[in-house]
Design a protein around this ligand. Structure first.
Ligand code: 5AD
Ligand code: SF4
Ligand code: FES
Length: 363
């Protein structure tokens, strides 16, 4: 026990150390979560920042085996939000003092799409007098596209590596030349080069994924020196090829508990990064996002997509808030964050302190 406490005080963590953190349960787990929240409080403070999530379109050119909106899922009706609807969402976020929004879609690289996104970024910047921060989660793109979106005013970009094990990556994605691990890595590099705060993440509890893989994922994230992380439990979706592997999975609650340990361990390893309390956590446990905040997360992404599109953006089964108006989610989420004893960072971008610290060092 004493030894475990000592482990929690460390600054550097070997793979064995990380495995111990990931395996912790009972009293050790309580200590781990307490420590990770203390580290967050000390290093980045008690504020939790909001990112209003706009699920702009569910059209995707890819076919990831785990995802409900993959191209091959013919059961899914497809949509693209109208420009005015996107701008209304942004106005809502601005009026409610969300410091930032996130625009997320399936992946498309055609110029009609990339040009439209550029226009929307400019218009959102304009309507909020430059005040709304914009995070993008729009997949793998060329240098030119990343640069164009950055120049238009977006300043953070999320692209999950999903798993850092290339063999597993191959297992979860079609081997069609359009889903290459190396290309994912190269895209992450391009995101950084374009000037974005760079975010990545993984899914936790995938079929065939071991604790060692997850420890390697955390080391990969640390090594890449990312500014932001979004990671959450894998949740099976009925209309996907990976659904047939469901017998190999841990129980949902085990995946959830493991995700809490992952968040806490990463907070110890990277004290200043922004880390999201993901919706997938809440899909398993009604208090999932609060518990993630208590494990050291500092970002929450209330869904502000118009109700009529919500049920078309189901990446996994049991996604929460499918029937909730943005205004309802708004009140709900503020209460939930405050219930954790943390504050809501209204009207602030809430940039990654990890990123800001690197900038200072560069100057
Ligand atoms: N379970 C959990 N997360 C998923 N994602 C996609 N499908 C699933 C699923 N079945 C995550 C991926 C992707 C992000 C947008 O959603 O990590 O990067
Ligand atoms: Fe498309 Fe992303 Fe789903 Fe893959 S995970 S199918 S890229 S939306
Ligand atoms: Fe949507 Fe709670 S966040 S209802």
């Amino acid at each position: 026990m004493k030894e475990f406490k000592k482990l929690l005080e460390q600054k550097d963590f070997s793979k064995d150390d990380i495995l111990r953190l990931l395996n912790s349960e009972g009293e050790d787990k309580t200590l781990l979560l307490k420590r990770s929240r203390e580290v967050a409080d000390a290093q980045i403070g008690k504020k939790v920042y909001l990112r209003g999530l706009i699920e702009y379109s569910n059209i995707c050119s890819k076919n990831c085996f785990y995802c409900g909106i993959r191209k091959g899922n013919r059961a899914q009706t497809r949509y693209v939000m109208e420009d005015e609807e996107v701008l209304d969402c942004a106005r809502f976020a601005y009026e409610k003092s969300y410091g930032s929004i996130v625009i997320q879609t399936g992946e498309r690289v055609d110029s009609a799409f990339t040009g439209k996104i550029e226009d929307l970024i400019r218009q959102i910047k304009e309507l909020s007098h430059g005040e709304l921060g914009i995070t993008l989660s729009l997949g793998e793109q060329s240098d030119e596209t990343y640069q164009k979106w950055f120049a238009a005013g977006a300043h953070r970009y999320l692209l999950r590596i999903e798993t850092s094990n290339p063999d597993l990556y191959l297992r979860y994605h079609p081997d069609d030349g359009n889903h290459r691990f190396e290309e994912r890595l190269a895209a992450l590099e391009r995101i950084r080069r374009a000037g974005f705060q760079q975010g990545t993440g993984v899914m936790i509890g995938l079929p065939g994924q071991t604790l060692e893989d997850l420890a390697d994922d955390l080391l990969f994230i640390k090594n890449l020196d990312v500014d932001m992380v979004g990671m959450g439990p894998y949740i099976e979706h009925e209309d996907t090829p990976m659904f047939s592997d469901r017998e190999q999975l841990m129980s949902r609650m085990e995946r959830y508990q493991l995700a809490l340990n992952m968040l806490a361990a990463l907070r110890l390893m990277m004290p200043k990064i922004n880390m999201a309390a993901t919706t997938a956590m809440q899909a398993i446990h009604p208090d999932g996002r609060e518990e993630a905040v208590l494990a050291g997360a500092n970002i929450v992404m209330p869904n502000i997509t118009p109700l009529k599109y919500r049920e078309c953006y189901l990446l996994y089964d049991g996604k929460p808030c499918v029937d909730e108006e943005p205004a309802r989610c708004h009140g709900c989420i503020i209460n939930r964050i405050q219930s954790t004893g943390n504050q809501v960072g209204l009207g602030e971008w809430g940039d990654s302190r990890h990123f800001l610290a690197k900038q200072v060092c560069k100057d």
